[in-house]
Ligand binder design. Structure first.
Ligand code: FAD
Length: 394
């Protein structure tokens, strides 16, 4: 019988890996385990919040994967026995595998901020897993009176999509400027620096002067407690009462990672940077947001790149070969306005047991660029989204 690879999680990482394995040309049976019938993409969900895009544009199905010959099982993995190479599903069934690729994404640690929790998330949505949370935060922004205070609480590193909170601030500011110009936006940050910071700050000065205030960790940005009933966010330096509060809590690998024994004390999964095989449980590979990928940011672009490298390594291992060290690329585009894009790019390779950045290979958009350059990058961002979702789900 051909070897069997099970993939858990049908997001950018898992769906890419399942497809890449099938496209190796190798004789491998691939099963994708994913409980949701449709996937909701996070990239461009900040544009949904700003009213620039329909949530429907974020949904993708698994028909294309099934057409490729991938067996798509609509269930959740609840336990993994690495030694016996078996997977337990929530429908009570078992699945045997030769190798497993685990791609469960993130879990939000709702209880890490006192006063938040599952109830808090219904009042002060995180919208860090796109879907109902995105729609909820959008409705709150639409219902808010002109002159209201919007607060975004951003987490410490590491977290999904490092530039995401600042793209969100930009696009929400774009909406406020057009529809509720007396409103203000406050970012309470648990960090002292953030991705593409100078580019974002330049954009905010140009596009939204006086609208956005960013408070860093050192100036009391870390939220220590919230009160959902009054939408109050408390920091070490005082409290802020919001009209709309977007609280993005700390994160860790999806729960199945800890259950499988592949997450370490940080909550994330240490991996071999050549094969993405777990350092804790042989035979299980971890990719995407759940993995500790060294210098690579937690992005859909990274997840897709890791998936292809991991699929190649798994196919080689199953054939008894020695996987070659990969080179991986990431580019993260962000929109500061619909026609104003900025980007950061990097190239990564295994070094000293981690994925390290190749010096001089990446970079960020220039400061002081023309409107044409920013508009081109906004168009590239959209083209990137169409390309990656076509490749992964189309
Ligand atoms: P996910 O996409 O979360 O997929 C995980 C999947 O696993 C889910 O479908 C889930 O249902 C499934 N799953 C979980 N547990 C189990 C289980 N036990 N059994 C079976 N299935 C399970 N990235 C970019 O590259 N560019 C961007 O512009 C960008 N913008 C972003 C904007 C925002 C607001 C946010 C929040 C993120 C953004 N990202 C962007 C980041 C990107 O969304 C993530 O990095 C990416 O989704 C990670 O893919 P993943 O497959 O690891 O996880």
């Amino acid at each position: 019988a051909p070897p069997h690879v099970a993939v858990v999680g049908g997001g950018f990482a898992g769906a890419s890996a399942a497809r890449a394995l099938k496209r190796q040309g190798a004789d491998i049976r691939v099963t994708l385990v994913e409980p949701k019938a449709r996937y909701t993409a996070c990239p461009f969900s900040n544009a949904v919040l700003a009213g620039l895009r329909d949530l429907d544009a974020q949904y993708f199905g698994y028909d294309g994967l099934q057409r490729d010959g991938i067996d798509v099982v609509a269930a959740s993995a609840t336990a993994i026995d690495a030694e016996a190479r078996r997977l337990r599903l929530d429908d009570g069934s078992d699945l045997a595998f030769d190798r497993l690729i685990l791609a469960p994404g993130i879990d939000l640690m709702l209880d890490a901020i006192p006063g938040y929790g599952a109830l808090g998330a219904e009042v002060m949505p995180h919208a860090w897993q796109a879907g109902e949370q995105t729609a909820l935060l959008r409705r709150q922004l639409e219902a808010m009176d002109d002159g209201g205070l919007v607060v975004i609480a951003a987490p410490a590193n590491p977290f999904r999509c490092p530039p995401g909170p600042y793209e969100r601030a930009s696009l929400v500011a774009h909406y406020l400027k057009a529809h509720k110009p007396r409103s203000k936006l406050l970012i309470l940050d648990a960090k002292d620096t953030f991705s593409k910071q100078r580019l974002f700050e330049e954009a905010w000065e140009q596009l939204y002067p006086g609208l956005i205030e960013w408070v860093s960790l050192s100036f009391g940005g870390r939220v220590t407690e919230v009160d959902a009933a009054t939408k109050t966010l408390t920091t070490e330096f005082g409290s802020h009462q919001a009209a709309v509060a977007n609280v993005i809590p700390p994160q860790r690998a999806g729960a199945i990672a800890a259950a499988a024994g592949v997450a370490d004390r940080t909550g994330w999964c240490p991996i071999d940077p050549v094969t993405f095989e777990s350092r804790l449980r042989p035979g299980i590979h971890v990719i995407g947001d759940a993995a500790i990928a060294g210098a690579m940011p937690k992005s859909a672009f990274s997840a897709n790149a890791q998936a292809k490298a991991c699929a190649a390594a798994v196919a080689t291992l199953l054939a008894g070969g020695q996987p070659a060290a990969p080179k991986l690329i990431n580019t993260c585009y962000s929109l500061a306005a619909p026609d104003y894009g900025i980007s950061i790019a990097g190239v990564y390779e295994p070094r000293e047991g981690l994925l390290a950045e190749v010096a001089g290979a990446g970079g960020v958009s220039p400061l002081d660029a023309s409107a044409d350059v920013r508009a081109s990058e906004a168009a590239y961002a959209e083209a990137w989204f169409d390309t990656i979702t076509g490749e992964v789900f189309g």
